[in-house]
Design a protein around this ligand. Structure first.
Ligand code: PMP
Length: 426
């Protein structure tokens, strides 16, 4: 496959952009080689700047549940361009999207009563955390090793995603004082949570978790464990925050909270909610959200928050998310998982929840905690990644990252990937 133009663009990019990229995992550091510069996306296919086509399982890291450029989103954006791009005033689209989100999610998750829109997942989580501290009047927060919640200071500890790809537990530039009240526990370990709450339960503002942790492999937790987190936080007056930036609208309309039948106090969203535009949101009980300015003392604001372009894309996207759509994705996911795991000569097994999948080292049990992932297996993933890339399949460029299915993917596309995978030799 000729990728001469990608090579030369990367050289040029490195003169202007640190590492040639605007987000670290895109740089292929974990898998080696030169990042591919993509030009176009259509359905479930990408075309690079040299004209090569790839089946896309990265899906822009999750937002593209209905693939690239779905007609309703393109139409909604075209119509919005004729009205305005940003106003900085209240606008009808944000009310429509808020209604669609709150009423849709609240069918399953009653605690979703109010929402505030922001411009990224990082911002959503950062604001939800401030709100949890403001609401409870407590300082300490609990997160889990391997859960990524964006790059705000307090959460950049043992966070998976790009950090784990680069073998860094934490980021430089985050003063110790800023993370002194961040407690990191291992996933799937009730005792660790019980001991902590027994010791200092009255100082803990919240537990934050990705209900289906998908940033450091796919570390699927049991429903019982998630229910236990709900109970213990409620018992101690702490909030439970589900970070559903990936899970939200991906597992079903009501996300992981609906999927597991759990009512968190706050839920954070991003990715799918923007239909490919930069959006995030945090939602929860009215009593909590009304502590936010202008109603309450917790400050939070944004120049482009709720901007009509992003709201129009989000509205078109969420309007497409029917139960049939999720049933179709589940069926494709099940087929992919079953067929992949039939190939017992491969060094990986596939695990999956709905349309999120991950390849883990076949020599080990499926990991449920970050420390159970074998770093050595990432070398094999790198070889597998390039094997697929050179044959027209674009997986995430790190073995710690998950893959996503989108609705345009057909059985024939999955069969193409399966046949390419079957030819892989270490
Ligand atoms: N939380 C989770 C669970 C995420 O997966 C991500 C992004 N991968 C974020 C927060 C941060 O979102 P963003 O990249 O939009 O800032």
């Amino acid at each position: 496959m000729n990728r001469a133009r990608s090579e030369s663009l990367f050289q040029e990019a490195c003169h202007y952009l640190p590492g040639g990229v605007n987000s670290p995992v895109r740089a292929f550091r974990s898998v080696g080689g030169t990042p591919v510069f993509m030009q176009k996306g259509e359905g479930c296919y990408l075309t690079d700047v040299d004209g090569n086509r790839y089946l896309d399982f990265c899906c822009s890291w999750g937002p593209l549940i209905t693939g690239h450029r779905p007609a309703p989103i393109v139409k909604a954006l075209r119509e919005q361009i004729d009205e305005c791009l940003t106003l900085g005033t209240p606008n009808p689209k944000e009310v429509e999207l808020a209604r669609l989100l709150v009423e849709g999610v609240a069918r399953d998750v009653k605690s979703v009563q109010r929402v505030r829109f922001v411009s990224s997942g990082t911002e959503a989580v950062m604001s939800a955390l401030r709100l949890a501290r403001g609401f409870t009047g407590r300082k300490r927060i609990v997160k889990f090793d391997g859960c990524y919640h964006g790059h705000s200071d307090a959460l950049l500890v043992k966070a998976g995603s790009g950090l784990v790809t680069f073998g860094q537990p934490d980021s430089a530039g985050v003063p110790e004082d800023f993370v002194r009240d961040t407690i990191v526990l291992p996933l799937a370990d009730r005792e660790a949570v019980e001991q902590l709450f027994a010791r200092e339960g009255d100082q803990i503002a919240c537990i934050i978790i990705e209900p289906v942790p998908a940033n450091n492999g796919l570390l699927i937790q049991t429903p019982e464990y998630l229910k236990f987190l709900r109970e213990i936080t409620a018992r101690h007056g702490a909030l439970l925050i589900f970070d559903e930036v990936i899970n939200g609208f991906r597992l079903q309309f009501s996300g992981a909270a609906g999927y597991y039948g759990i009512e968190p106090d706050l839920i954070t969203y991003g990715k799918i909610i923007g239909g490919g535009m930069p959006v995030g949101a945090f939602a929860g009980r009215a009593e909590i959200l009304e502590k936010i300015a202008p109603l309450g003392p917790v400050y939070q604001a944004g120049t482009l928050s709720g901007n009509p372009m992003a709201m129009a894309a989000g509205l078109a996207q969420l309007s497409m998310l029917t139960p049939e759509l999720y049933a179709g994705l589940e069926e494709k996911g099940r087929y992919l998982e079953e067929q992949f795991n039939r190939m017992d000569n491969l060094p990986f097994r596939m695990c999956r929840v709905g349309s999120i999948f991950w390849l883990y080292d076949a020599a080990h049990e499926r990991p449920v905690r970050a420390d159970q992932i074998d770093r050595e297996s990432m070398k094999t993933y790198a070889a597998f990644f390039h094997h697929c890339l050179d044959r027209g399949v674009y997986l995430a460029p790190s073995g710690y990252e998950v893959g996503f299915l989108s609705t345009p993917v057909q059985r024939s596309d999955l069969d193409l990937f399966l046949s390419i995978a079957s030819e892989f030799r270490r």
